[in-house]
Design a protein around this ligand. Structure first.
Ligand code: 9WN
Length: 448
């Protein structure tokens, strides 16, 4: 098209560059999360990457999901990292010590925790892209779905069995990395209770070498805690029945819970569309979706609609407001009037409507919050992938004009063609990694 973004790149050029990022990061069976900083497959990245790939080649998109599923643990967990042979990322498989876990997959090495369950959402999106593309690609996607469905169901079953907290119904995480929002201020209080022991084996960070400025990454104290939790989980060999008691970090995560709700509905919806003979499983998925949606509603403040995580060790409600507190909007958890109020807050001057923003999309933390840091990772920058999740959910939930606006503003965010991992909200500078695959993938979805 003739449209151009703020930096002058036409939509066609931007799409071509996004496609090139996915091709350049493609090892054949998987697209690494980024070329330098993250030379492996990450679980939730892979789901978004697969959506982007579907615009280039549906078969290749399905391979991406297949690669992730082939790393599924025998208990059903999808691991958060599937390692390639590349060096340069710490902690690698030796540090995770997953080779000693009996449930690990036999042919690939992985980490021992998980990430948000967005895969069924991605698969449903890919099926719909494939149907728009050609009959042959639709058939490919549908037959893949019929084949892969039970693996995804087992993954959801693992969460339902091992990670749904009683009685609040929130999805439990045992490491901040499981939330995908590693150093978000959401986790400051629970991390304050994680005290690395003297027997934490020494280590050398590599992540700070992969960015221009170490100030864009979590601090060393935070890393000590991340590594300490791995130590605790490694010692119980990642057995799902033991990790909850073993980890000093045990939190009910509203954002993951909202994503689980929509992913369960999507997985059930796929089975119904394809008339798969799984009616008992579909009923279970619908009940998990319903329970999760209710858990998000229960976690929401009755006046503002903001939903808060819960520290399951202390019982404390974590009343830190970040973009994750808007989780009810993802899964339509609230009554209409409260949803309208919450949405008004998110588009208002504290968030996407803040007058200083280059792109009018929500940052990870409001600039009005005391701890806001415009450059540090999950403590303030804008993340295209989070914007995508909200614009996608708004579109689905009938807020089409806002969804369209955020799509346009999301494109403004990425219009420099650098495909930053995250962006400085007031200058639009790409931060963290560049050529980040999931940023390229959501760009393609916005453009196509
Ligand atoms: C730890 C790969 C991943 C994303 C996460 C993001 C970051 C890893 C890291 O990168 O986390 O899992 O080393 O910082 O926080 O959401 O999946 O892109």
């Amino acid at each position: 098209t003739a449209e151009t973004g703020p930096t002058g790149l036409s939509d066609t050029t931007l799409a071509a560059r996004a496609a090139a990022v996915l091709r350049d990061n493609d090892t054949g069976a998987l697209v690494t999360a980024s070329p330098k900083l993250y030379p492996h497959m990450w679980s939730w990245d892979a789901a978004f990457i697969a959506i982007g790939l579907a615009y280039l080649d549906v078969g290749r998109a399905l391979t991406e999901l297949d690669t992730l599923l082939s790393a599924q643990w025998s208990d059903g967990m999808l691991p958060h990292i599937v390692f390639t042979d590349a060096d340069g990322y710490f902690p690698g498989p030796d540090r995770w010590g997953t080779d000693a876990a009996p449930q690990r997959p036999s042919r690939v090495r992985t980490s021992g925790i998980c990430q948000p369950p967005v895969h069924a959402i991605a698969l449903r999106r890919i099926v719909s892209i494939a149907r728009r593309t050609s009959r042959a690609e639709a058939e490919l996607a549908e037959s893949f779905t019929a084949r892969a469905w039970s693996a995804l169901y087992r993954w959801h079953g693992w969460i339902a069995r091992h990670r749904v907290a009683e009685p609040c119904g929130l999805v439990t995480i045992v490491h901040g990395w499981e939330s995908g929002m590693d150093n978000s201020p959401r986790w400051d209080a629970p991390y304050a209770r994680v005290r690395p022991g003297p027997d934490l084996p020494p280590y050398v960070r590599l992540d700070t070498l992969g960015v221009d400025d170490p100030g864009e990454r979590p601090g060393d104290d935070e890393y000590d805690r991340y590594l300490w939790l791995i130590e605790q989980l490694r010692r119980v060999r990642y057995e799902p029945t033991r990790v909850l008691a073993a980890s000093d970090f045990r939190v009910g995560d509203v954002f993951s819970t909202a994503l689980f709700a929509i992913a369960c509905d999507d997985l059930a919806g796929l089975a119904e569309e394809l008339a798969l003979p799984v009616s008992a499983e579909v009923a279970e998925l619908r009940s998990w979706a319903q329970r999760s949606r209710q858990a998000v509603a229960d976690a929401a403040d009755p006046v503002t609609g903001l939903a808060f995580d819960r520290d399951l060790r202390s019982g404390e409600v974590l009343r830190t407001t970040t973009v994750a507190a808007f989780a009810p909007l993802l899964c339509s958890a609230l009554p209409e009037s409260l949803e309208a109020r919450l949405l008004a807050d998110l588009v208002g001057p504290g968030w996407a409507g803040h007058p200083g923003l280059v792109a009018a999309v929500p940052p990870s933390v409001s600039p009005d919050e005391a701890g806001f840091d415009p450059r540090r990772y999950w403590r303030g920058p804008q993340w295209p992938v989070v914007v995508w999740l909200f614009s996608f959910a708004l579109q689905r939930n009938g807020h089409t004009s806002l969804a369209r606006r955020w799509r346009a503003e999301g494109l403004r965010l990425v219009s420099d063609g650098a495909f930053g991992e995250y962006y400085e909200p007031f200058t639009g500078e790409p931060l963290g990694s560049t050529q980040q695959s999931w940023t390229a993938a959501v760009t393609l979805d916005w453009l196509c």
